[in-house]
Design a protein around this ligand. Sequence first.
Ligand code: FAD
Length: 401
Amino acid sequence: MRYDYLIVGAGLFGAVFAHEMAAKGKNVLVIDKREHVAGNIYTENKLGINVHKFGAHIFHTSDKEVWDYVCRFADFNNYINSPVAVYKDELYNLPFNMNTFSKMWGIRTPDEARAIIQKQADEEIARMKKEKGTEEFTPDNLEEQALSLAGRDIYEKLVKGYTEKQWGRDCKELPSFIIRRLPMRFIYDNNYFNDRYQGIPMGGYTALIEKLLLIGSEGEKPFLSGSIKVMTGTDYYDFVKLEGNVPAEPFESVNKDQFGKILFTGMIDEFFGYKLGTLEYRSLKFETEELPEVDNYQGNAVVNYTEREIPYTRIIEHKHFEYGQGKGTVITREYPANWKHGDEPYYPMNDEKNNTLYAKYTELAKECPKVLFGGRLGQYKYYNMDQVVRASLDMVQEESK
Ligand code: FAD
Protein backbone atom coordinates (compact mmCIF):
# COMPACT_ATOMS: atom_id res chain seq x y z
CA MET A 1 0.00 0.00 0.00
CA ARG A 2 1.18 3.50 -0.73
CA TYR A 3 1.05 5.94 2.17
CA ASP A 4 0.89 9.68 1.74
CA TYR A 5 2.75 10.11 5.00
CA LEU A 6 5.00 8.01 7.17
CA ILE A 7 4.68 9.52 10.64
CA VAL A 8 7.49 8.67 13.01
CA GLY A 9 6.27 9.05 16.57
CA ALA A 10 2.79 8.35 17.96
CA GLY A 11 3.04 11.20 20.49
CA LEU A 12 0.70 14.16 20.53
CA PHE A 13 2.29 15.90 17.54
CA GLY A 14 2.22 12.81 15.34
CA ALA A 15 -1.30 11.83 16.41
CA VAL A 16 -2.85 15.24 15.66
CA PHE A 17 -1.07 15.33 12.30
CA ALA A 18 -2.20 11.79 11.47
CA HIS A 19 -5.81 12.54 12.36
CA GLU A 20 -5.97 15.75 10.36
CA MET A 21 -4.33 14.22 7.33
CA ALA A 22 -6.71 11.25 7.43
CA ALA A 23 -9.57 13.75 7.64
CA LYS A 24 -8.24 15.23 4.41
CA GLY A 25 -8.41 11.82 2.74
CA LYS A 26 -4.73 10.91 3.14
CA ASN A 27 -3.47 7.46 4.07
CA VAL A 28 -0.91 7.54 6.84
CA LEU A 29 1.31 5.03 8.56
CA VAL A 30 2.32 5.90 12.13
CA ILE A 31 5.25 4.07 13.69
CA ASP A 32 6.67 4.36 17.20
CA LYS A 33 9.62 2.61 18.74
CA ARG A 34 7.83 2.32 22.07
CA GLU A 35 5.40 -0.51 22.68
CA HIS A 36 2.56 1.97 23.13
CA VAL A 37 1.14 5.11 21.57
CA ALA A 38 0.91 8.58 23.21
CA GLY A 39 4.65 9.30 23.62
CA ASN A 40 5.39 11.15 26.84
CA ILE A 41 1.77 11.79 27.66
CA TYR A 42 1.14 8.05 27.95
CA THR A 43 -1.05 7.05 30.88
CA GLU A 44 -1.41 3.46 32.06
CA ASN A 45 -3.95 1.99 34.40
CA LYS A 46 -2.70 0.75 37.76
CA LEU A 47 -5.07 -0.06 40.65
CA GLY A 48 -7.82 1.58 38.59
CA ILE A 49 -5.86 4.86 38.46
CA ASN A 50 -4.53 6.56 35.33
CA VAL A 51 -0.81 6.82 36.02
CA HIS A 52 1.13 9.51 34.12
CA LYS A 53 4.06 7.26 33.32
CA PHE A 54 6.40 9.95 32.02
CA GLY A 55 5.67 12.72 34.49
CA ALA A 56 2.64 14.72 35.59
CA HIS A 57 0.79 16.24 32.66
CA ILE A 58 -1.76 18.99 33.11
CA PHE A 59 -3.36 20.41 30.00
CA HIS A 60 -3.60 24.19 30.10
CA THR A 61 -4.01 26.75 27.37
CA SER A 62 -5.39 30.15 26.48
CA ASP A 63 -5.72 29.13 22.84
CA LYS A 64 -9.46 28.57 22.42
CA GLU A 65 -9.10 26.78 19.11
CA VAL A 66 -6.66 24.29 20.65
CA TRP A 67 -8.91 23.81 23.67
CA ASP A 68 -11.97 23.20 21.49
CA TYR A 69 -9.90 20.82 19.40
CA VAL A 70 -8.74 18.59 22.28
CA CYS A 71 -12.24 18.62 23.78
CA ARG A 72 -13.43 16.82 20.66
CA PHE A 73 -11.37 13.81 21.68
CA ALA A 74 -11.79 13.74 25.46
CA ASP A 75 -13.90 15.04 28.31
CA PHE A 76 -11.67 17.24 30.43
CA ASN A 77 -12.35 17.53 34.14
CA ASN A 78 -12.01 20.75 36.13
CA TYR A 79 -8.65 19.90 37.70
CA ILE A 80 -6.68 23.00 38.68
CA ASN A 81 -3.00 22.53 39.33
CA SER A 82 -2.18 23.79 42.83
CA PRO A 83 1.12 22.25 43.90
CA VAL A 84 2.41 22.29 47.45
CA ALA A 85 6.08 22.76 48.35
CA VAL A 86 7.72 20.97 51.26
CA TYR A 87 10.80 22.55 52.79
CA LYS A 88 12.05 20.59 55.83
CA ASP A 89 8.93 20.43 58.04
CA GLU A 90 7.27 23.48 56.47
CA LEU A 91 4.56 23.38 53.79
CA TYR A 92 3.92 26.21 51.33
CA ASN A 93 1.45 26.80 48.53
CA LEU A 94 2.70 27.41 45.01
CA PRO A 95 2.95 29.45 42.89
CA PHE A 96 4.29 32.19 45.17
CA ASN A 97 1.14 33.94 46.31
CA MET A 98 -0.47 35.43 49.39
CA ASN A 99 -1.00 31.94 50.89
CA THR A 100 2.76 31.34 50.58
CA PHE A 101 3.70 34.73 52.04
CA SER A 102 1.19 34.53 54.84
CA LYS A 103 2.52 31.14 55.92
CA MET A 104 6.13 32.26 55.63
CA TRP A 105 5.87 35.51 57.57
CA GLY A 106 2.57 35.37 59.47
CA ILE A 107 1.20 38.38 57.56
CA ARG A 108 -2.18 39.07 55.94
CA THR A 109 -2.05 41.89 53.43
CA PRO A 110 -0.39 42.31 50.02
CA ASP A 111 1.28 45.52 51.23
CA GLU A 112 2.94 43.65 54.10
CA ALA A 113 4.15 40.94 51.69
CA ARG A 114 5.51 43.43 49.16
CA ALA A 115 7.30 45.36 51.91
CA ILE A 116 9.05 42.24 53.23
CA ILE A 117 10.11 41.06 49.76
CA GLN A 118 11.35 44.53 48.82
CA LYS A 119 13.27 44.90 52.08
CA GLN A 120 14.94 41.49 51.74
CA ALA A 121 15.76 42.04 48.05
CA ASP A 122 17.23 45.49 48.80
CA GLU A 123 19.37 44.06 51.59
CA GLU A 124 20.73 41.38 49.26
CA ILE A 125 21.45 43.86 46.46
CA ALA A 126 23.26 46.18 48.89
CA ARG A 127 25.32 43.27 50.24
CA MET A 128 26.27 42.03 46.75
CA LYS A 129 27.22 45.52 45.55
CA LYS A 130 29.44 45.92 48.61
CA GLU A 131 31.10 42.54 48.02
CA LYS A 132 31.71 43.32 44.34
CA GLY A 133 32.74 46.91 45.04
CA THR A 134 30.37 48.26 42.36
CA GLU A 135 27.75 51.01 42.26
CA GLU A 136 25.50 49.23 39.77
CA PHE A 137 24.08 45.77 40.45
CA THR A 138 24.21 43.18 37.68
CA PRO A 139 23.53 39.56 38.64
CA ASP A 140 26.40 37.25 37.69
CA ASN A 141 24.52 34.01 38.28
CA LEU A 142 21.13 32.55 39.09
CA GLU A 143 21.60 32.85 42.85
CA GLU A 144 22.28 36.57 42.61
CA GLN A 145 19.36 37.05 40.26
CA ALA A 146 16.90 35.20 42.49
CA LEU A 147 18.07 36.96 45.66
CA SER A 148 17.69 40.34 43.99
CA LEU A 149 14.15 39.49 42.86
CA ALA A 150 12.71 37.69 45.87
CA GLY A 151 15.01 38.13 48.87
CA ARG A 152 16.60 35.52 51.10
CA ASP A 153 13.61 33.61 52.56
CA ILE A 154 11.93 32.71 49.29
CA TYR A 155 15.23 31.94 47.62
CA GLU A 156 16.53 29.67 50.39
CA LYS A 157 13.28 27.82 51.06
CA LEU A 158 11.63 27.56 47.68
CA VAL A 159 14.07 28.26 44.85
CA LYS A 160 17.61 27.18 45.68
CA GLY A 161 17.43 23.43 46.39
CA TYR A 162 14.75 22.72 43.80
CA THR A 163 16.60 24.57 41.03
CA GLU A 164 19.93 22.93 41.92
CA LYS A 165 18.33 19.48 41.74
CA GLN A 166 16.66 20.30 38.44
CA TRP A 167 19.84 21.45 36.76
CA GLY A 168 22.30 19.26 38.66
CA ARG A 169 24.40 22.34 39.43
CA ASP A 170 24.86 24.90 42.16
CA CYS A 171 22.77 28.07 41.64
CA LYS A 172 26.01 30.06 41.69
CA GLU A 173 27.15 28.15 38.60
CA LEU A 174 23.91 28.62 36.69
CA PRO A 175 23.39 31.60 34.37
CA SER A 176 21.07 34.34 35.64
CA PHE A 177 18.89 34.30 32.51
CA ILE A 178 17.29 31.00 33.55
CA ILE A 179 15.24 33.05 36.02
CA ARG A 180 14.38 36.32 34.32
CA ARG A 181 11.51 36.91 36.69
CA LEU A 182 10.02 35.06 39.62
CA PRO A 183 6.27 35.28 39.11
CA MET A 184 4.56 36.34 42.35
CA ARG A 185 0.90 36.91 42.96
CA PHE A 186 -0.33 39.24 45.61
CA ILE A 187 -3.70 37.52 45.82
CA TYR A 188 -4.77 34.34 47.62
CA ASP A 189 -4.75 32.11 44.52
CA ASN A 190 -3.00 28.74 44.28
CA ASN A 191 -3.84 28.10 40.61
CA TYR A 192 -0.40 27.42 39.13
CA PHE A 193 -1.26 28.38 35.58
CA ASN A 194 -2.57 31.69 34.30
CA ASP A 195 -4.31 30.09 31.34
CA ARG A 196 -8.00 30.37 30.62
CA TYR A 197 -8.59 26.63 30.12
CA GLN A 198 -7.20 23.78 32.20
CA GLY A 199 -7.96 20.17 33.03
CA ILE A 200 -7.13 16.49 32.77
CA PRO A 201 -8.75 14.23 30.17
CA MET A 202 -11.00 11.88 32.10
CA GLY A 203 -9.93 8.34 31.33
CA GLY A 204 -6.32 9.36 30.67
CA TYR A 205 -4.25 10.82 27.85
CA THR A 206 -3.71 7.46 26.14
CA ALA A 207 -7.44 7.27 25.37
CA LEU A 208 -7.27 10.75 23.84
CA ILE A 209 -4.40 9.72 21.55
CA GLU A 210 -6.15 6.45 20.66
CA LYS A 211 -9.18 8.44 19.62
CA LEU A 212 -7.02 10.70 17.44
CA LEU A 213 -5.43 7.63 15.86
CA LEU A 214 -8.80 5.88 15.48
CA ILE A 215 -7.60 2.95 17.57
CA GLY A 216 -10.53 0.85 18.72
CA SER A 217 -12.99 2.98 16.79
CA GLU A 218 -13.58 0.56 13.93
CA GLY A 219 -17.19 0.64 12.94
CA GLU A 220 -17.77 4.02 14.56
CA LYS A 221 -19.21 6.79 12.44
CA PRO A 222 -18.53 9.28 11.01
CA PHE A 223 -15.30 7.84 9.69
CA LEU A 224 -12.50 9.81 8.10
CA SER A 225 -12.04 9.49 4.38
CA GLY A 226 -8.36 8.59 4.72
CA SER A 227 -6.85 5.83 6.84
CA ILE A 228 -4.43 5.53 9.74
CA LYS A 229 -2.33 2.45 10.35
CA VAL A 230 -0.36 2.32 13.60
CA MET A 231 2.67 0.13 14.30
CA THR A 232 4.18 0.30 17.79
CA GLY A 233 7.44 -1.37 18.77
CA THR A 234 8.86 -0.19 15.43
CA ASP A 235 12.02 1.90 15.41
CA TYR A 236 12.39 4.11 12.38
CA TYR A 237 16.02 3.15 11.86
CA ASP A 238 15.18 -0.57 11.79
CA PHE A 239 12.11 0.11 9.69
CA VAL A 240 14.00 1.92 6.94
CA LYS A 241 16.42 -0.97 6.64
CA LEU A 242 13.67 -3.43 5.83
CA GLU A 243 13.95 -4.47 2.24
CA GLY A 244 11.50 -2.75 0.00
CA ASN A 245 10.69 0.06 2.37
CA VAL A 246 13.05 2.95 1.89
CA PRO A 247 16.71 3.43 1.04
CA ALA A 248 19.17 2.45 3.74
CA GLU A 249 20.37 5.98 4.48
CA PRO A 250 18.00 7.32 7.12
CA PHE A 251 18.31 10.90 5.97
CA GLU A 252 17.51 10.06 2.36
CA SER A 253 14.50 8.25 3.53
CA VAL A 254 11.61 8.96 1.21
CA ASN A 255 10.86 6.27 -1.24
CA LYS A 256 8.43 7.82 -3.66
CA ASP A 257 6.77 4.51 -4.33
CA GLN A 258 5.80 3.91 -0.74
CA PHE A 259 5.62 7.21 1.10
CA GLY A 260 4.81 10.66 -0.16
CA LYS A 261 6.49 12.36 2.78
CA ILE A 262 7.82 11.68 6.24
CA LEU A 263 6.88 13.51 9.41
CA PHE A 264 9.66 12.84 11.90
CA THR A 265 9.00 13.63 15.60
CA GLY A 266 12.12 11.96 17.02
CA MET A 267 15.46 13.71 17.65
CA ILE A 268 16.53 15.76 14.64
CA ASP A 269 20.26 15.28 15.32
CA GLU A 270 19.80 11.51 15.49
CA PHE A 271 17.96 11.60 12.16
CA PHE A 272 21.03 13.14 10.55
CA GLY A 273 23.37 10.67 12.23
CA TYR A 274 24.66 13.43 14.60
CA LYS A 275 26.81 14.62 11.75
CA LEU A 276 26.89 18.23 12.96
CA GLY A 277 27.12 17.36 16.66
CA THR A 278 24.87 16.23 19.50
CA LEU A 279 22.06 18.32 20.94
CA GLU A 280 21.83 18.18 24.74
CA TYR A 281 18.88 17.38 26.98
CA ARG A 282 17.99 16.99 30.63
CA SER A 283 16.54 13.65 31.58
CA LEU A 284 14.43 12.29 34.43
CA LYS A 285 14.11 9.06 36.33
CA PHE A 286 10.72 7.97 37.63
CA GLU A 287 10.19 5.66 40.59
CA THR A 288 6.59 4.51 40.76
CA GLU A 289 5.13 2.76 43.79
CA GLU A 290 1.74 1.09 44.05
CA LEU A 291 0.21 1.39 47.53
CA PRO A 292 -2.91 -0.81 47.49
CA GLU A 293 -3.57 -0.30 51.22
CA VAL A 294 -3.33 3.49 51.21
CA ASP A 295 -6.21 5.69 50.06
CA ASN A 296 -4.57 9.08 50.25
CA TYR A 297 -0.80 9.38 50.50
CA GLN A 298 -0.20 13.13 50.37
CA GLY A 299 -3.56 14.85 49.85
CA ASN A 300 -2.52 16.57 46.63
CA ALA A 301 -1.54 15.49 43.10
CA VAL A 302 1.77 17.37 43.06
CA VAL A 303 4.07 17.95 46.03
CA ASN A 304 7.45 19.56 45.37
CA TYR A 305 10.44 18.92 47.61
CA THR A 306 12.54 22.05 47.67
CA GLU A 307 15.47 20.93 49.88
CA ARG A 308 18.54 19.85 48.00
CA GLU A 309 19.17 16.97 50.45
CA ILE A 310 16.05 15.12 49.26
CA PRO A 311 17.10 13.66 45.90
CA TYR A 312 13.74 13.82 44.12
CA THR A 313 12.09 17.07 43.06
CA ARG A 314 8.50 16.00 43.46
CA ILE A 315 6.07 13.24 44.32
CA ILE A 316 3.01 12.81 42.15
CA GLU A 317 -0.08 11.08 43.54
CA HIS A 318 -1.92 10.25 40.34
CA LYS A 319 -5.43 9.59 41.65
CA HIS A 320 -5.87 13.24 42.62
CA PHE A 321 -5.69 14.33 38.97
CA GLU A 322 -9.07 12.68 38.49
CA TYR A 323 -10.47 13.10 42.01
CA GLY A 324 -10.10 9.37 42.61
CA GLN A 325 -11.77 7.89 45.66
CA GLY A 326 -11.47 4.57 47.41
CA LYS A 327 -8.66 2.31 48.50
CA GLY A 328 -5.33 2.12 46.82
CA THR A 329 -3.08 4.81 45.42
CA VAL A 330 -0.06 5.13 43.14
CA ILE A 331 2.77 7.60 43.67
CA THR A 332 5.77 8.53 41.53
CA ARG A 333 8.99 10.14 42.71
CA GLU A 334 10.64 12.23 40.03
CA TYR A 335 14.44 12.52 39.94
CA PRO A 336 16.18 14.93 37.56
CA ALA A 337 19.05 13.27 35.71
CA ASN A 338 21.86 14.12 33.33
CA TRP A 339 21.22 12.93 29.82
CA LYS A 340 23.50 10.72 27.76
CA HIS A 341 22.93 8.73 24.59
CA GLY A 342 20.32 6.05 25.16
CA ASP A 343 18.52 7.96 27.95
CA GLU A 344 15.09 9.42 27.39
CA PRO A 345 15.53 13.04 26.21
CA TYR A 346 12.87 14.88 28.23
CA TYR A 347 13.88 18.53 28.21
CA PRO A 348 15.72 20.24 25.34
CA MET A 349 18.48 22.49 26.72
CA ASN A 350 17.57 25.64 24.80
CA ASP A 351 20.73 27.59 25.58
CA GLU A 352 22.72 29.50 23.00
CA LYS A 353 25.10 26.67 22.18
CA ASN A 354 22.36 24.12 21.54
CA ASN A 355 20.06 26.55 19.73
CA THR A 356 22.91 27.42 17.36
CA LEU A 357 23.49 23.74 16.64
CA TYR A 358 19.78 23.18 16.13
CA ALA A 359 19.71 26.07 13.63
CA LYS A 360 22.41 24.26 11.64
CA TYR A 361 20.29 21.11 11.58
CA THR A 362 17.31 23.09 10.30
CA GLU A 363 19.52 24.31 7.45
CA LEU A 364 20.46 20.71 6.72
CA ALA A 365 16.80 19.73 6.83
CA LYS A 366 16.14 22.04 3.89
CA GLU A 367 18.08 19.55 1.79
CA CYS A 368 15.35 16.98 2.54
CA PRO A 369 12.15 18.75 1.46
CA LYS A 370 10.19 15.52 1.71
CA VAL A 371 10.87 15.22 5.42
CA LEU A 372 9.02 17.37 7.94
CA PHE A 373 10.28 17.71 11.50
CA GLY A 374 7.76 18.20 14.27
CA GLY A 375 7.30 18.17 18.03
CA ARG A 376 9.49 18.58 21.03
CA LEU A 377 12.38 16.52 19.68
CA GLY A 378 12.03 17.23 15.96
CA GLN A 379 11.85 20.99 16.54
CA TYR A 380 14.03 20.99 19.67
CA LYS A 381 11.65 23.20 21.64
CA TYR A 382 10.31 22.87 25.13
CA TYR A 383 6.72 22.73 23.95
CA ASN A 384 3.78 22.35 26.29
CA MET A 385 1.00 20.10 25.02
CA ASP A 386 -1.15 22.97 23.78
CA GLN A 387 1.80 24.35 21.81
CA VAL A 388 2.33 20.91 20.29
CA VAL A 389 -1.29 20.77 19.14
CA ARG A 390 -1.02 24.30 17.75
CA ALA A 391 2.24 23.54 15.92
CA SER A 392 0.86 20.30 14.50
CA LEU A 393 -2.35 21.95 13.27
CA ASP A 394 -0.27 24.73 11.73
CA MET A 395 1.91 22.19 9.95
CA VAL A 396 -1.18 20.47 8.54
CA GLN A 397 -2.40 23.80 7.23
CA GLU A 398 0.99 24.57 5.70
CA GLU A 399 1.04 21.14 4.02
CA SER A 400 -2.43 21.63 2.63
CA LYS A 401 -1.63 24.87 0.80
P1 FAD B 1 6.76 12.83 22.31
O1 FAD B 1 5.62 12.65 23.25
O2 FAD B 1 8.13 12.65 22.87
O3 FAD B 1 6.56 11.82 21.08
C1 FAD B 1 7.59 11.50 20.20
C2 FAD B 1 7.48 10.02 19.90
O4 FAD B 1 8.43 9.69 18.89
C3 FAD B 1 7.78 9.14 21.10
O5 FAD B 1 6.70 8.30 21.37
C4 FAD B 1 9.01 8.35 20.66
O6 FAD B 1 9.01 7.01 21.14
C5 FAD B 1 8.90 8.39 19.15
N1 FAD B 1 10.19 8.21 18.48
C6 FAD B 1 11.33 8.90 18.67
N2 FAD B 1 12.31 8.42 17.90
C7 FAD B 1 11.78 7.39 17.20
C8 FAD B 1 12.31 6.47 16.26
N3 FAD B 1 13.60 6.51 15.88
N4 FAD B 1 11.50 5.53 15.74
C9 FAD B 1 10.20 5.44 16.11
N5 FAD B 1 9.65 6.28 17.03
C10 FAD B 1 10.43 7.24 17.56
N6 FAD B 1 3.10 19.81 28.82
C11 FAD B 1 1.99 20.42 29.29
O7 FAD B 1 1.26 21.06 28.52
N7 FAD B 1 1.62 20.29 30.60
C12 FAD B 1 2.35 19.58 31.51
O8 FAD B 1 1.98 19.51 32.70
C13 FAD B 1 3.55 18.96 31.03
N8 FAD B 1 4.32 18.26 31.89
C14 FAD B 1 5.44 17.65 31.43
C15 FAD B 1 6.19 16.89 32.33
C16 FAD B 1 7.34 16.26 31.90
C17 FAD B 1 8.14 15.47 32.88
C18 FAD B 1 7.75 16.38 30.54
C19 FAD B 1 9.00 15.71 30.07
C20 FAD B 1 6.99 17.11 29.63
C21 FAD B 1 5.83 17.75 30.07
N9 FAD B 1 5.02 18.45 29.17
C22 FAD B 1 3.89 19.10 29.65
C23 FAD B 1 5.35 18.54 27.73
C24 FAD B 1 4.69 17.41 26.91
O9 FAD B 1 5.14 16.16 27.37
C25 FAD B 1 5.04 17.58 25.44
O10 FAD B 1 4.57 18.83 24.98
C26 FAD B 1 4.47 16.50 24.49
O11 FAD B 1 4.48 15.24 25.05
C27 FAD B 1 5.30 16.50 23.23
O12 FAD B 1 4.71 15.66 22.26
P2 FAD B 1 5.57 15.17 21.02
O13 FAD B 1 4.66 14.39 20.15
O14 FAD B 1 6.30 16.31 20.42
O15 FAD B 1 6.75 14.28 21.64
